[in-house]
Write a protein that binds this ligand. Structure first.
Ligand code: ADP
Ligand code: MG
Length: 710
């Protein structure tokens, strides 16, 4: 029996359970042993029955003096009633509605029990306790206990896999594990950090002798996970540095001229980011850079400057945006910004194709892209179709999508051995621990300041009693000619959500999507019919056809509608200067950074803008959390707060990063993240291919496979 033994070979795991385990991604003994408890029940203090007190959780041992099933009249329940005694006394035990239990017990059986002492009219009783029967009273050792009389592991709840069952299966696996289990963590690290060795750590995390030891082994596994993650990311970096890209020399004169031509002064952060990008482009290997800046911080100009320099050196750019409207917007902006520079810009979407501001047939546009006549091609996903090939592509820019595979990038190039430079722009601030780990293969450029002269958006938390007042305020604003966004609440995934369970996640996503659409439709109806019948209200949601979505967005942009109700999944990433109100329903359901991004959709024009955070649960805690938005206008600070309060889920989203739960939590811990990264760097400096560490290599391979499952 080793880590790679398949489930089918484990005694007592039948086909039904194999299926349930596989749904969680558990296929081997190793996977099962790395399915860790998320907490422990402390039943270690076994007391004499005479000392048992009402209302307390207690742990006792004793013999069954009497046991029977009885049926209650009123509630039609079956109670399994037992009298259990030790040398100090006896107590009543009742299990509810588990009539089959009686088959496990008989008079004289020796039991450990753990549960709560309750009181009813007919007396005190131990209520549905955890139990463990000891077959050989004389020869048993305390360490044999798995459900009672000790620290008992509790596993994440899953349909059909109880903690009791998992304990029953995992315990014998630990017993049978060879002493020399293959530990991927190098010996020198285990020694340096005083970690328990792998086998001991597995014992202590499942069946700990003390909470301290459980904690220590947890630390060891977290370290291992973060270490592997760092190794993976660092190796991706070095691999990319070995690839070839076009070197684009920096033309300082041209850059200066461009900056001068702008109707505004660049902020210092914009200058710095531009410089970093232009310097990267000079290198003969691919740039891999993330340009981060709040909504409205001016990322587009920075991208345009990089594009200009690249085009004037004789190469092409591809710019990818997530929606048709954003693509159109970029097309206009780039045409405007680069007007004086005689640059040919093309537009490719599912619907229309343009070149130099004229409509063009798709075929023609593709030909001109291949020949190099198109300097910049801006598009939606239509841009990454197989038939799109660039003759001289040097740079790929992607808006609001963090990653874009290296293979996909290479696929756009006509030349086989070239990988274009890559610039990703995002308004999602990424906390530092995450930029070192899961985004660690990307270099970062930050725009932390907004351009001067922006009006601060007035943000208010609206509890139910102020709702009408807020609506009246919106009414007045619209009468003055302004427009409003209404964002509907996010629907939380249900409690059965399970990490590692791909099918289930997809299902969840689908259900959640529909639930969100339903909520948005109801909100729309309410606003259009009851609250604002005098205004034009439109609805936008993710299940609409693209064409329909575009039509509605265009209508709003042109001022044909006054209020746009939308689900949160819709990217409202367009510039609408006349929209001055952002009203967010169920604000407490969102992360702060996301609320901040919604807020950034208004406040573009010269009028004062407002953000209303509607909440039906203005508890102390939520108001306190939301109040951070009133005080703080910095996406990065808010993102750090989110990470602290909500964990990294918001930033990683539904994407499977193959990171187990225990390590997810550790992604908040900057010193641990830095430590593991340092160790990963050191080992790669000594042994870049990990030749001396085949087990680590194997782990990395597994990790990569998991990520590719996305
Ligand atoms: P985002 O970072 O959200 O993509 P944009 O690039 O769309 O932001 O810029 C938002 C607006 O700010 C645009 O209208 C742009 O012209 C303007 N802008 C960009 N940089 C500056 C600046 N330094 N000073 C004033 N306005 C700027
Ligand atoms: Mg933008």
């Amino acid at each position: 029996m080793d880590f790679f033994t398949p489930l089918e070979k484990i005694p007592r795991v039948g086909p039904q359970y194999q299926k349930r385990l596989k749904r969680l991604g558990i296929k081997t003994v190793g996977h099962l042993l790395f399915h860790f408890p998320h907490r422990y029940e402390d039943f270690s203090n076994v007391i004499p029955i005479s000392e048992v007190k009402r209302g307390e959780m207690v742990s006792v041992q004793g013999k069954i003096l009497d046991i029977k099933n009885i049926r209650t009249f009123r509630k039609r329940m079956v109670l399994t009633q037992a009298l259990v005694g030790d040398t100090s006394g006896s107590l009543q035990v009742i299990w509810f509605n588990q009539p089959y239990l009686i088959n496990n017990f008989k008079k004289g059986d020796f039991l450990f029990l753990a549960g709560k002492m309750n009181q009813s009219k007919s007396g005190r009783y131990l209520s549905s306790p955890a139990y463990e029967k000891i077959s050989d009273e004389l020869r048993f050792k305390n360490s044999d206990l798995i459900h009672t009389g000790r620290l008992v592991p509790v596993y994440p709840e899953t349909e059909g896999l109880s903690s009791r069952w998992l304990r029953f299966i995992i315990r014998p696996l630990l017993d049978q594990l060879k002493d020399e289990v293959s530990d991927p963590l190098p010996d020198y690290l285990t020694k340096k950090y005083n970690f328990l060795d792998l086998k001991e750590a597995l014992w202590q995390i499942h069946f700990p002798d003390s909470l301290r030891l459980a904690q220590e082994s947890k630390k060891r596994f977290i370290f291992e996970e973060l270490f592997i993650l760092s190794l993976f990311v660092l190796r991706e970096r070095t691999k990319l540095a070995k690839e070839k890209s076009v070197s684009v020399p920096l033309n300082v004169g041209l850059a200066k001229q461009f900056v001068k031509s702008l109707p505004f002064q660049l902020t210092d952060d914009q200058k710095k980011a531009s410089w970093q990008i232009l310097k990267d482009l000079e290198r003969p290997f691919p740039m891999n850079r993330l340009l981060q800046g709040d909504v409205g911080s001016g990322k587009t100009v920075v991208a345009a400057m990089a594009a200009l320099n690249t085009v004037k050196t004789g190469y092409q750019i591809a710019l990818l945006a997530p929606t048709e409207i954003l693509t159109q917007q970029h097309y206009q902006t780039f045409n405007l910004l680069l007007k004086k520079n005689k640059i040919s810009i093309g537009l490719i979407t599912g619907k229309e194709n343009k070149f130099k501001n004229k409509n063009i047939k798709r075929k023609g546009l593709l030909r001109k892209t291949k020949s190099g006549e198109v300097d910049i091609l801006i598009g939606t996903h239509a841009l990454v179709q197989k038939e799109v090939k660039f003759g001289k592509l040097a740079l790929v820019i992607v808006d609001e999508q963090h990653r874009f595979g290296v293979e996909q990038r290479a696929g756009l190039c006509q030349q086989k051995d070239l990988i274009p430079h890559f610039l990703s722009m995002t308004a999602t601030p990424i906390p530092r621990t995450l930029s070192l780990t899961i985004y660690g293969d990307l270099d970062l450029s930050l725009i932390k300041e907004l351009p001067k002269g922006r009006k601060k958006i007035i943000t208010e938390i609206i509890p139910p009693e102020k709702r009408n007042k807020a609506y009246n305020f919106v009414r007045e604003q619209i009468k003055k000619g302004r427009q409003a966004f209404v964002i509907c609440p996010r629907i939380e995934p249900s409690a059965t959500f399970q990490e590692n369970n791909f099918n289930q996640i997809n299902l969840e996503k689908r259900d959640r999507g529909w639930a969100e659409v339903k909520a948005a439709k109801e909100e729309y109806k309410k606003l259009a019919e009851k609250i604002f019948p005098e205004f034009k209200v439109a609805l936008l949601h993710g299940r609409m056809k693209n064409e329909e979505k575009e039509k509605i967005m265009k209508g709003f942009k042109k001022g044909k509608t006054d209020i746009l109700v939308s689900t949160s999944v819709i990217e409202v990433g367009i510039d609408i200067a006349n929209a001055t109100i952002m009203l967010i329903e169920g604000a407490d359901k969102f992360g702060l950074a996301q609320l901040h991004q919604f807020r950034g959709r208004v406040g573009r024009g010269k009028e004062q803008s407002f953000c209303f955070l509607m909440t039906d649960f203005p508890s102390q805690k939520t108001s306190q959390r939301l109040r951070a938005l009133i005080k703080c206008n910095n996406g990065f600070e808010l993102a750090e707060k989110d990470l602290e309060i909500r964990g990294p889920g918001d930033f990683i989203g539904q994407r499977q990063w193959g990171i187990p739960n225990i390590a997810m939590d550790a992604l908040k811990d900057i010193s641990l993240v830095e430590e593991t990264r340092k160790e990963a760097k050191e080992i790669l400096e000594k042994d870049s291919h990990l030749k001396k560490y085949p087990l680590l290599r194997e782990k990395l391979r597994e990790f990569r496979e998991k990520i590719h499952l996305e």
